[in-house]
Design a protein around this ligand. Structure first.
Ligand SMILES: Nc1ncnc2c1ncn2[C@@H]1O[C@H](COP(=O)(O)OP(=O)(O)O)[C@@H](O)[C@H]1O
Ligand SMILES: [Mg+2]
Length: 606
């Protein structure tokens, strides 16, 4: 009778105190957020309800059949009558079976459909969120919402709700039939109801608390395992496997302890409900039986009444059971809706300028100051003023942590500045639509990560319309063609999760090929050749040289060759621009540049 599913679900992404204050009782209200998702499937729900009504009506009618068989068939010894009643019941059983098929199919697939829609809706929101959201929230928890929370909803919409409806309907129908059959006995039963319900309510609350706790535990087990898998090589290199196994055992054990308690309460709850129900039924049979003996009631009538009373009792037990499930569904809904209602901090302007691109646009950083949200008291960029003319190549140099990569992230508008602005082609980048702004740029990040797909997909990501020939041409230009050809299936080779099957330098060349294929107005290269050996670097450098000719290029570089070709070199330190000029100018006037030049550019080849 139980349809419980012990699915994990992360509890709170933001660990906001608000969450803990949400009162338990209010939470069923949260289910109304599901209505818009259900509304689409009115037809399906309507049919399911019809099927449900049919099955309930037939199930209830069996009570009458029971009475008829006992009172008319047995008592009067009429075999013919018994046969015809059985025939009718056989037909009804067949209809019941058919209606059950429909009901089950419709309701279960409804669960799947709604889950599909919710997943899609949540994902569409998540993909458009501002990147800092993912710095503040753990990706494992966001993923667990998309998978476990939606799966929980699926099983609840697809089974528990229908179970509750079925039980509820049976209860109402059974009660009505009881009243019709024998009002006096019904009163006896109704008086016994609180006896059954009160312990159920008390225990039910405890079960719900524990079930929430156990979901949190399961989420934590998942997060732990996920992290270890990501870090597997670190774990093994320090031979900490046994240590991690021990730790994990603890996690799992704690989870089990919580679940054990919950299951214990739940078992007692179920057993208690059944026991109390039967006591109530016992009283009823005693009262009813006395009436039969005294001749005030027929045996079949009592049988019919007991039949309905049992159905009602089972209905009560299962409805209370499902209430717990619904609470969990409410919790899952809340978490999903919370994720869906996060507003992206980086959005299109209300009235964006009507421009397609910034061809030959000037880029200006104007008195720009920026803090990463997670470091509010430390400026990653401070009072940056920089103008880049169309077609220029500007090299940014500086020690690690100077804020070079952050400059690119600002230009791509992954974050908005705290103060100042970036102006592209005469307009604040906030006035461009994100699409128009970013379609101007191709970015080769410092630590490229590939999609777990094949080479073709990864390069074509820069331009989905590109033909395979274009992709190969781009790969050749990025000096990647040669090694791609040697992969087991060439361009069709699957690269593993995050591209684990490639070396750092190979990943970098794939990402450069992607940028080449994109053919942007503005190229952002973040230490794009840092992971390459001297020989392939030279080759990629030539490709990049061709690439930078026709467009505005910002390059974070540590090789003299790149820097020497730049129209302008910007020296950064601790979030500030400390000097700008050409190589020879800077060698004259910037001590930091001198140091960098000696330590970095000179020693690393060229
Ligand atoms: N996502 C982030 N959240 C918080 N701080 C960050 C983030 N990314 C970079 N930082 C910090 O901002 C500063 C500048 O970083 P970055 O621009 O990556 O330096 P660079 O590229 O010059 O090595 C560093 O102090 C770094 O620790
Ligand atoms: Mg960097």
């Amino acid at each position: 009778m139980t349809q419980s599913v012990d699915l994990p679900s992360s509890n709170s992404i933001s660990h906001s105190p608000k969450k803990d204050e949400v009162p338990q009782k209010a939470s069923l209200n949260l289910l109304k957020d599901l209505l818009p998702f259900l509304a689409k499937y009115k037809m399906r729900m309507g049919l399911a309800v019809i099927a449900l009504l049919i099955t309930t009506a037939i199930t209830l009618s069996f009570g009458i059949g029971l009475r008829v068989i006992i009172d008319e068939g047995f008592s009067k010894g009429s075999a013919a009558y018994l046969n015809s009643v059985l025939l009718v019941m056989a037909v009804l059983a067949f209809v019941l079976a058919v209606a059950t098929i429909f009901r089950f199919f419709l309701v279960t697939s409804l669960g799947e459909l709604v889950t599909k829609d919710i997943r899609q809706a949540v994902f569409s929101r998540v993909v458009k969120l501002h990147p800092s959201y993912f710095e503040e929230n753990r990706s494992g928890e966001i993923m667990s919402r998309l998978t476990t929370d939606t799966t929980l909803l699926q099983s609840i919409i697809g089974s528990s709700v229908s179970f509750a409806l079925r039980s509820g309907l049976t209860m109402i129908g059974g009660l009505t039939m009881m009243l019709i059959t024998n009002p006096k006995l019904t009163v006896v039963v109704i008086l016994a109801v609180p006896l059954v319900l009160i312990p159920i309510i008390v225990f039910g609350k405890k079960v719900r608390e524990l079930s929430k706790k156990s979901q949190d535990r399961v989420a934590s087990v998942g997060t732990y395992a996920g992290e270890m898998i990501q870090q597997i090589k670190t774990v093994q290199s320090y031979h900490r496997e046994d240590y991690e196994i021990n730790n994990f055992e603890n996690e799992v054990e704690q989870t089990y302890q919580v679940s054990k308690q919950r299951i214990l309460y739940r078992s007692v709850l179920m057993g208690g409900a059944i026991f109390l129900s039967f006591i109530a039924i016992g009283i009823m049979i005693y009262v009813g039986g006395s009436d039969v003996i005294a001749g005030r009631m027929l045996a079949g009538e009592l049988a019919q009444f007991v039949f309905y009373a049992m159905m009602v009792a089972m209905g009560v037990a299962s409805v209370s059971e499902v209430m717990g499930e619904l609470q969990r569904a409410a919790g899952a809904t809340e978490r999903l809706m919370e994720l869906m209602n996060v507003e992206s901090l980086i959005k299109d302007a209300d009235q964006p300028i009507d421009k397609q691109n910034s061809q030959n646009g000037t880029i200006q950083f104007k008195n720009l100051t920026f803090n990463y949200p997670s470091r509010p008291d430390r400026a990653a960029l401070e009072n940056i003023d920089l103008t880049i003319q169309p077609g220029q190549t500007v090299a940014i140099v500086g020690p690690s942590g100077a804020g070079k990569s952050t400059m690119f992230e600002m230009l791509l508008r992954f974050y908005d500045p705290k103060q100042g602005e970036i102006v592209l082609n005469g307009f604040n980048i906030k006035d461009w639509t994100l699409e128009n702004l970013r379609s101007n740029m191709a970015w080769v990040p410092q630590h490229p990560i590939l999609f777990s797909d094949n080479v073709l997909h990864n390069i074509r990501y820069g331009n989905p319309q590109a033909s395979t020939d274009d992709v190969i041409a781009a790969a050749k230009a990025a000096n990647a063609h040669e090694f791609i050809e040697k992969l087991p299936e060439g361009y069709e080779s699957y690269l593993g999760e995050n591209g684990v099957r490639l070396s750092g330098g190979q990943k970098q060349r794939i990402v450069i090929a992607r940028a080449i294929l994109n053919n942007p107005n503005i190229l952002l290269l973040d230490e794009a050749t840092s992971a390459l050996d001297a020989k392939s670097e030279q080759l990629v450098q030539q490709a990049l040289d061709r690439l930078v000719e026709s467009r505005t290029t910002l390059v974070i570089a540590h090789r003299l060759s790149t820097i020497k070709n730049a129209d302008k070199i910007v020296v950064m330190d601790e979030g500030k621009i400390v000097a700008t000029g050409t190589h020879s100018e800077l060698m004259q006037k910037s001590e930091l540049y001198n140091n960098l030049a000696q330590l970095q550019f000179m020693t690393s080849g060229q």
